[in-house]
Design a protein around this ligand. Sequence first.
Ligand code: SF4
Length: 382
Amino acid sequence: MTIKRNPTRSVPIGSIQIGSGYPIAVQSMTATKTQDVAATAAQANALHEAGAGVVRIAVDSVKDAEALASIRKQTRANLAVDLQENFRLAELVAPLVDKIRYNPGHLYHHQKDKPWQDKVRFIIQQAERHDCAVRIGVNCGSVDPAKKEKYDPADSITPMLESALEHCEFLDSLGFSRYIVSLKDSDPDKVIEVNQRFARQRPDVPLHLGVTEAGMPPDGIIKTRIAFEQLISRGIGDTVRVSLTVPNNRKPEEIVAGRQILADISAGRVRSVVRLRRDQLNIISCPSCSRVENEAFVELAAEVKEMTRYAQQHAITIAVMGCRVNGPGETDDADLGLWCGPKVVNLKRGTEALGAFPYDQILGRLKQELDHLIAARTVGSS
Ligand code: SF4
């Protein structure tokens, strides 16, 4: 299949270029603790060897930034750093990496009185000084609150889109064009729609595609494949990540899956006539990263999938997240949500917190809630 790609500009990231003049790059993210230098360097190298064009590492503290300096010396992978709330860390990490990712929805937590424009200007100054690219990474679970307020809560797509476009315009106004954009959601249909709408307005900006919290293989790969097939076959997408909930030693499977999907699309082996079933149980779980607060999270995600099999025929979404950074926000849209702390797992029904439970009790408690929900819906529909 010959695919005519959108005419996106080229963005150099270390030894590769992202953009329509270059092959679509596959990337991933380390899930080890960043301060565990040996494990993180080993994982970055494993991802690089599997074919990762870029390897992203989360940095949330000065200690993480110090660890990154040692990791940098131990890998030849192109490195991206994932900044969440602490935009000031850009100054420490920019000399060490090839790309900085910031999330517009996370710029509000630190130095609340400072306008976001000043924070972004600071990040861009660091990127320019140290020869880095930038990704504006918009995520469904942490959209800029000012954008969310403007729209009907049922419309989750327009606030994401507006936030991305606003940041693009701001970077343009600074004369900085070495940036790419991502718009991620856990629902492949929303990923398709928001990226199509963005690409119509900004066909020049390279897009990083991904379905966030896609979950465990094979379901996580299937959800991602559906979105990638629809977008890439329309010429949209310059780099991709397949986010999978897998143990650390299996992280390179994200790269293998991404490469396979791209190879299948270019050979015309597409399967997305099969839409995701909307009348069935949907488990979403984050791919884990260095912010996971208890490694039991990956096992818990698998146990939730196993325990809930009996509810397969019910249109219920359960989200399982690994940490407090994105867990509380990204479980809001699920019918039932779990986000993992160091010792306890927090349980939610929609946006309502139901309490925190030890790891060995959470499955029983989740089952109770699931049974209530099924019973309530059965009564409601009879
Ligand atoms: S929810 Fe937390 S642990 Fe999971 S991928 Fe997102 S930031 Fe990482």
